[in-house]
Design a protein around this ligand. Structure first.
Ligand code: DGL
Length: 247
């Protein structure tokens, strides 16, 4: 099976990492829209337009499935992408919601959702979780984490200051939804900030579980061929891929 993975930039490589670890696919074609990142501060129509242009890009490859690794795109553009595709399209929001429901035992559990401004404004995580019955949900846009991860600031005083700024009034959560592809890179620092109490919901791990359940992917591939494309500075993206994925 050949799949496409789409993200607004390099962040989706955190999802590719999970896909590679679980050896689910024979070939992965990755496209990061590095020329136009971040999507998380754009409006709905722009996000949809960019997402449909990405679909056009993937039409050049004979893919069976497109994984939208970007939470922001998953929150706003999945229906439109499905309509314009001749392949199946899955996003990361639904798998993240299912993973959260599976790990929490009580509907009283404290849930913290963090993501870009656009993802949080969409309520794409919060609404279905409230409909499921969870009552203690805090949603917080933490957009500053995105450029920090891009800068390689996975810990240290700048990240600590940003965490204090965003989390100062927040009770220690039972689960934290990392509702942005960049945040798995700072998962350890966030976990430490909350005294290692919270279960982290990671888009990559959540989508692997979802795909294994919904797509009958029994076969494990010894090696996965990965191709990386970017709308700007593809070499930069390939270097990040080498570092994050240890290629
Ligand atoms: N990839 C985006 C997401 O997961 C984060 C970066 C952006 O704002 O484009 O929401």
């Amino acid at each position: 099976m050949r799949i496409g993975v789409f993200d607004s930039g390099v962040g989706g490589l955190s999802v590719v990492k999970s896909l590679l670890q679980h050896q689910l696919f024979e070939e992965i074609v990755y496209f990061g829209d590095t020329a136009r990142v971040p999507y998380g501060v754009k409006d709905k129509n722009t996000i949809i337009r960019y997402a449909l242009e990405a679909v056009e890009f993937f039409k050049n490859f004979d893919i069976d499935l497109l994984i939208t690794a970007c939470n922001t795109v998953s929150a706003y553009a999945l229906d439109e992408m499905r309509e314009y595709s001749n392949f199946d399209v899955v996003g990361v929001v639904k798998p993240g919601i299912i993973a959260t429901e599976n790990v929490l035992r009580s509907l009283e559990s404290e849930i913290l959702i963090i993501g870009t401004q656009a993802t949080i404004a969409s309520q794409a995580y919060e609404q279905p979780l409230r409909a499921y019955g969870f009552t203690n949900i805090t949603s917080k846009a933490t957009g500053l984490f995105v450029p920090m991860v891009e800068e390689g600031l996975y810990d240290g005083p700048v990240l600590q200051a940003a965490m204090k700024h965003y989390f100062r009034d927040i009770k220690i959560p039972d689960a934290i939804i990392l509702g942005c592809t960049h945040f798995p890179l700072i998962s350890d620092a966030i976990k430490h900030y909350f005294n290692h109490h919270s279960t982290m919901i990671h888009s990559g791990e959540a989508i692997v579980e979802y795909l294994e359940q919904h797509y009958a992917l029994q076969h494990k591939f010894d090696a996965t061929e990965s191709k990386f494309f970017a709308s700007e500075n593809p070499e930069g993206l390939k270097n990040v891929a080498k570092k994050w994925l240890a290629l």
